[in-house]
Design a protein around this ligand. Structure first.
Ligand SMILES: Nc1nc2c(ncn2[C@@H]2O[C@H](COP(=O)(O)OP(=O)(O)O)[C@@H](O)[C@H]2O)c(=O)[nH]1
Ligand SMILES: [Mg+2]
Length: 218
């Protein structure tokens, strides 16, 4: 499939062999399975009746999709959160009834409250735009991005699960953002490693100077 080849090139370029887990969520029928199929071969596991986890894996990158809207399964989904680097939320653009889009928003907001997901970048895939295209304005009007997390990076992209249109652009943003976060974290680690060498040495040399000074006294 064309999208998966292009996507694989993107992953090769951006993930530097680091393990990357992407959480794919969306209400029933939003297009999760259809989108995943564009990314590669799906492995599907029925954890319990009516609860299916789907995975697409390419090298060190794994997309895992969980169903929503059933509190009984929240615990299973949560156990996966600490490994996640980024989130794709699939929104059905044909759900243009205000009550539907508010429901989609509320369900997402509940998931994003999890501490482990703070600051994880969110790609909002406004799917099925061939059928009914909610404008970015209409989406933004209903999706209160500030409430979804002030420091979270969010990007909205129109997609078509059936053809893969828009997916690559959205993933380019998501992987680029994840890589940016990693690069910053590496920098922080390097800087603090530098401080580690500096701070104890100065404390140590002060202590040594004090002790040797003490013993040198007649
Ligand atoms: N027209 C159109 N239909 C889509 C698109 N994406 C998914 N669908 C259809 O929406 C239905 C539900 O999709 P599915 O992937 O099963 O949703 P899931 O429940 O979230 O896994 C299926 O009939 C898909 O063919 C799209 O972009 N355009
Ligand atoms: Mg499905």
């Amino acid at each position: 499939m064309e999208t998966s080849y292009a996507m694989h090139g993107l992953i090769d370029k951006l993930t530097n062999n680091e393990i990357t887990n992407i959480l794919v969520i969306g209400l029933k029928n939003s297009g999760k399975t259809t989108v995943l199929k564009q990314l590669g071969d799906i492995t599907s596991t029925e954890i319990t009746k009516g609860f299916e986890v789907e995975e697409v894996e390419y090298k060190n990158t794994k997309f895992t999709s969980f169903p929503m809207g059933n509190p009984n399964f929240d615990k299973i989904r949560r156990s996966f959160y600490s490994k996640i680097s980024g989130i794709i939320y699939i929104l059905d653009c044909t759900n243009s009834q205000p009550s539907q889009i508010i429901y989609a928003y509320d369900e997402l907001a509940v998931i994003l409250k999890a501490e482990e997901l703070t600051a994880k970048p969110l790609l909002l895939a406004a799917n099925k735009y061939d059928l009914k295209k909610l404008s970015f304005f209409e989406i933004a009007d209903n999706f209160n991005y500030r409430r979804l997390g002030i420091i979270r990076r969010t990007y909205t992209q129109h997609t078509m699960g059936t053809t893969g249109a828009g997916l690559l652009e959205g993933l380019e943003w998501l992987f680029g953002t994840i890589e940016g976060i990693r690069a910053r974290n590496r920098k922080v680690v390097e800087e603090s490693a530098h401080e580690d060498v500096h701070v104890p040495t100065s404390i140590l040399s002060t202590a040594v100077a004090f002790v040797t000074g003490f013993f040198r006294k007649p």
